[in-house]
Design a binder for this molecule. Structure first.
Ligand code: CA
Length: 375
């Protein structure tokens, strides 16, 4: 379509030279640039420019602008600049702004199935999650869920396996969750609740003061790169792994449905392509930076790194199974999403076991490997 229009315009311009500017203005199509220029605003649940997350949203806007040669300009707003973090979906649903960036589980109060899109406790890894979106029917299911909120969905970043969180006491058994006041969102929060914890959900920017004041006993946020940026080590000593509750948290780009439908097909392709690129870029950034940040936390800030005991993980896994089943049985759309992921998870566990998992074990065998020339 676009090429046809451009050809028409070129023909029109040549004709305009012959017949005069007045005739051109009234009877020829306007240049494509003037025809199809869009200025959008994107609200985010992230503090402005927050490493990995806010900067991921910035990258999305930049790529959309560049790939469309300025025909679709997106201006990014941090949490609280237009609306508070958790009102981002309302702002996009209602058309106050055209686009948002956050995480699917923040919208569970609107459409419960959205938390099943985010990441399941003991669910898929980031690569598996992306395989589900792009080749396992995940995109179509997520679109169905987000259509309930009047929006179009794109996966737009992934944190990879998160950290288990920051605690001021050791977690040696499931009983240690009893009465623990913890910030932990989504389905992971439901599991901690089932283990006897008192669960709160706070947007990122409110976590450090809540942990510092003792309003919460424990929190999770993302991983070393983000947790270091928030200074969470100042208020809690034990840093637990792995993040069983968020093994591959999806970041979402959601677009007001009318705004989406108003875009010509080529700009829709730009938005989709930019989201695919950002989805990979965000995951890659976390992968690249987490270990350096973990080193800083341990060696400069004296953080005590601890692994959840298998007994605790096994107990949490069992509770996760119960919680997922109960929630899905209350809501047909959640059930549809869960069934799709369970089927995919079963197949991917089988393949991952003979591929990534075996390779990772092989890589750690005690052979002597090549050494860098320096150091
Ligand atoms: Ca988290």
């Amino acid at each position: 379509m676009k090429n046809v229009k451009r050809r028409d315009f070129v023909t029109g311009a040549a004709a305009a030279g012959a017949t005069g500017a007045l005739a051109a203005a009234s009877s020829f199509p306007k240049p494509a640039i003037a025809q199809g220029t869009f200025k959008w605003r994107m609200v985010t649940t992230w503090p402005k420019n927050f490493p990995g997350l806010g900067t991921g949203a910035n990258l999305l806007a930049k790529m959309i602008g560049e790939m469309s040669e300025g025909r679709l300009e997106v201006e990014v707003y941090g949490a609280g600049e237009i609306v508070p973090a958790f009102e981002s979906m309302d702002a996009v649903s209602s058309g106050t702004v055209e686009m948002g960036h956050g995480a699917p589980y923040y919208w569970k109060g609107k459409v419960p199935a959205s938390q099943f899109i985010a990441s399941l406790p003991f669910g898929l890894t980031a690569q598996e999650q992306n395989a589900w979106f792009y080749y396992g029917g995940g995109q179509e299911l997520a679109d169905k869920v987000y259509a309930e909120m009047g929006t179009k969905f794109f996966p737009s970043g992934n944190t990879g396996v998160q950290m288990g969180g920051w605690f001021n006491k050791e977690i040696n058994s499931l009983d240690d969750y009893n009465g623990l006041k913890m910030r932990i969102p989504g389905l992971g929060g439901e599991v901690v609740k089932a283990a006897g914890g008192i669960v709160v959900n706070l947007p990122g920017g409110e976590i450090p003061p809540a942990l510092q004041s003792g309003a919460i006993d424990a929190t999770e946020w993302v991983g070393p790169y983000n947790d270091l940026a928030f200074g969470l080590y100042k208020s809690a000593k034990f840093y637990y792994y792995p993040g069983w509750h968020e093994p591959a948290t999806v970041l979402d780009c959601f677009v007001n449905m009318k705004a989406w439908e108003s875009l010509p097909a080529d700009l829709q392709a730009v938005v989709e392509g930019a989201n695919r690129a950002v989805n990979l870029a965000v995951l890659s950034e976390f992968q690249a930076r987490n270990n350096d940040s973990l080193d800083v936390l341990i060696n400069e800030h004296g953080v005590v790194l601890k692994k959840f005991p298998d007994e605790v993980l096994n107990g949490l896994g069992g509770l996760a199974g119960q919680v997922l089943t109960e929630l899905a049985d209350q809501d047909p759309m959640s059930r549809e999403v869960l069934d799709s992921i369970l089927d995919f998870r079963r197949k991917l566990i089988a393949w991952t076991k003979v591929s990534e998992q075996s390779y990772m074990t092989a890589r750690l065998l005690p052979f002597e490997y090549a050494k860098p020339s320096r150091g």
